[in-house]
Ligand binder design. Structure first.
Ligand code: NAD
Length: 373
């Protein structure tokens, strides 16, 4: 099988979908690897490293010519895929709702588009989950960037000139990114508290040495839905949460928001009035910025200052750690391909549980239920 690795073309994308390590492992499975020249540069991987790993490095047209599988971090434009094998796979984070026209184009071109972000949350797919691997790094980077923007230190410091008190850091949304944000803020010496709509996170917050801040005694407080994801909460809950957050947030120096609801815009967690209640110099990092933001006034890729509070959000936080984000993303793709590699078929053959969950297009048609009707 010929596997193509293209240079990412989306603006701000610094990651790459294969590394020399995964190239070597894919070749060991029996694949031929073709990497576009310059594909790894922004992740600090020179062409030479891919060559040493056994890949052919060349221009895009040669890389995709006759390819059976095209790997990407984001979905490549269909125009780039001219000349691939009939029914070739496109394996990437395809942003199916945001990039619907591109998915339609994959269908028209007869490609089989596999959206890695639709990977089901089942134990055997954990190592293939790009959302987890990238969110984990994003949670780390959010705290690092917030700390860098903050005009004070995170840890308590006792010096001859006097004592500096520890920063108070509040993490809203304790999924993969939030857990890493808590751990990172703790390592930097902040006093950390956190909240979520899923009560199962309470214990996780405690186990990381942070303080849980939770709405109690309100109907429908269990916010866990299908696949361990959050559901939208009742009005009563949202009101109670708003009040609790208002009193807590006014005392915080750093707030990291990470709340997402699959297939919906990000829930609004922080209003302008709440920002106004915070101390000047405080910093909010809104990790939900690409999904519309948890914070009123977030503008992706800008530092917005409101009431003396700086609000940061990036459209692609993992791309700000391109080397590690690529290493983990590439391993997710390798784990996926190798789990289904069939030596007799000479390539991957999907089963129904995972195939049906991630396959968007096949045989010239859109086939995914979430994109139909
Ligand atoms: P996510 O990125 O969808 O959301 C981030 C967090 O925001 C979640 O914890 C969610 O509950 C929370 N949230 C949503 N609305 C909120 C609100 N109004 N206020 C406060 N918080 C709100 O979540 P995620 O990081 O993908 O993780 C969700 C769960 O799935 C976790 O329990 C995680 O461990 C689990 N998970 C399982 C697998 C697997 O088994 N393969 C893989 C990844 C994650």
């Amino acid at each position: 099988r010929k596997i193509a690795v293209l240079r990412e073309r989306a603006s701000g994308e610094a990651r790459v979908s294969a590394t020399p390590e995964t190239v070597k492992k894919l070749i060991a499975l029996g694949a031929a690897l073709h990497v576009e020249s310059g594909a790894g540069l922004s992740a600090s991987i020179p062409d030479e490293a891919y060559r040493e790993a056994g890949a052919d490095v060349g221009e895009a047209a040669a890389v995709v010519a006759g390819a059976d599988i095209v790997l990407g971090v984001q979905g490549p434009d269909v125009a780039l895929l001219f000349g691939v094998a009939p029914g070739a796979w496109v394996v990437a984070g395809l942003d199916p709702f945001g990039q619907r026209a591109r998915v339609d184009a994959y269908a028209q071109a007869g490609l089989e588009a596999l959206a890695m972000e639709f990977m089901p949350r089942i134990t055997r797919a954990q190592s293939m989950d790009i959302l987890s691997s990238q969110s984990n790094l994003a949670g780390y980077k959010a705290v690092i960037l917030a700390a860098d923007t903050y005009g004070r230190a995170f840890p308590m410091m006792m010096t001859a000139a006097g004592t500096i008190s520890a920063a108070k850091c509040f993490v809203m949304g304790v999924g993969v990114a939030g857990l890493q944000a808590i751990a990172t803020a703790r390592r930097l010496g902040a006093q950390v508290s956190a909240t979520d709509v899923r009560s199962a996170t309470k214990e996780q917050i405690l186990s990381l040495g942070a303080k849980p801040i939770f709405v109690e005694n309100v109907a429908g407080i269990e916010g866990e839905g299908a696949g361990g994801y959050a559901t939208e909460m009742s009005e009563e809950y949202q009101k109670a949460q708003g009040e609790l957050v208002s009193s807590h947030i006014a005392k915080q120096d750093i707030v990291i928001t990470t709340a997402l609801i699959p297939g919906r815009p990000a829930p609004r967690l922080i209003t302008d009035a709440q920002i106004a209640s915070m101390k000047p110099g405080s910093v909010i990092f809104d990790l939900a910025a690409p999904q519309g933001g948890n914070v009123e006034g977030t503008v992706a890729d800008e530092v917005v200052e409101k009431h003396g509070v700086k609000i940061i959000g990036l459209s692609n936080t993992p791309a700000h750690l391109p080397a590690d984000a690529s290493a983990l993303f590439a391993r997710n793709l390798f784990n996926f391909l190798s789990a289904f590699w069939d030596t007799e078929a000479g390539g991957p053959v999907l089963d129904a549980e995972i195939g049906d969950a991630i396959r968007l297009t096949q045989g010239g048609k859109i086939v995914h239920e979430r994109l139909l009707g």
